[in-house]
Design a protein. Structure first.
Length: 257
């Protein structure tokens, strides 16, 4: 289990939010932490620790007044750590190659691929053709409904008809090299992981998968490792001390190593 750090950007600031609170209306979210430091500070920190595979996530919509400020923060991070970070949030066929050229190792995509509640294979094929399967991460962030985990889009606000299942993971694995999966209902709450989801992902385990959501203690990390049979990686946000939490960044790295 590798530690995959994050840089979440909202309203032009590096933040940690409660995932389920994010709304496009008035660019609102419940904040756990708002940094006084720019994104390049965190990128440089991850670079110093030689941690690869972390992700930048732009949380504002493209029509937000803050979107350009988000992009500027993302550019700072990519410049500080070229070849070390992935990027997601508003990625499509028009800008995916630009992010790779800026230094991102991968682009992370949800809403462009999951359109109108379905998998849009035209868009998925476009992205694979433009950046290559080896540079594409599919974000299958999900929320629980009717005892199943449904992929959600548009900054986690809209349910699709697509359930995270072994069949879907198999099908989509032809197009991407990794998955990123936020358990949205527990994201930013640091009160425990989605155990059923972790077990499902570990049972599949055919591609690298990064799980995010709910980790608030080292016992949560141990539980994630056990349930997923040590086959998936982890992101920790609000619970990390560098984002105002109680879990020491250095000790998390040590634990995951």
């Amino acid at each position: 289990m590798r530690f995959r750090p994050c840089i979440d950007i909202h309203n032009g600031k590096v933040k940690q939010i409660v995932g389920g609170s994010l709304k496009d209306e008035a660019d609102s979210a419940k904040n756990n932490f708002v940094s006084d430091l720019d994104a390049d500070f965190y990128a440089d920190l991850y670079k110093k620790n030689n941690i690869k595979g972390g992700h930048i996530i732009i949380l504002n919509a493209k029509d937000s007044e803050y979107y350009e400020a988000d992009i500027e923060q993302a550019k700072k991070a990519l410049k500080a750590y070229p070849g070390g970070l992935q990027i997601g949030g508003g990625v499509n066929a028009d800008n995916a190659r630009d992010y790779i050229n800026m230094g991102a190792t991968h682009v992370i995509v949800t809403s462009y691929v999951f359109k109108d509640g379905k998998i849009n294979y035209d868009n998925l094929n476009k992205l694979r053709d433009i950046v290559g399967r080896e540079h594409l991460v599919l974000d299958l962030s999900c929320r629980k409904k009717d005892r199943q985990y449904y992929i959600v889009t548009d900054r986690w606000q809209k349910f699709t008809d697509v359930v995270v299942s072994e069949m879907v993971l198999d099908e989509l694995s032809e197009y991407c090299s990794e998955y990123l999966i936020h358990a949205v209902d527990v994201e930013g709450k640091a009160k425990g992981i989605e155990e059923e989801l972790a077990e499902l992902l570990g049972n599949w385990g055919k591609l690298p998968i990064t799980y995010a959501g709910g980790v608030g203690s080292f016992s949560d990390l141990e539980k994630l490792r056990e349930l997923a049979d040590n086959k998936i990686d982890v992101t920790i946000g609000s619970a990390l001390d560098i984002f105002g939490g109680n879990m020491e960044y250095d000790k998390v790295i040590e634990f995951c190593d």
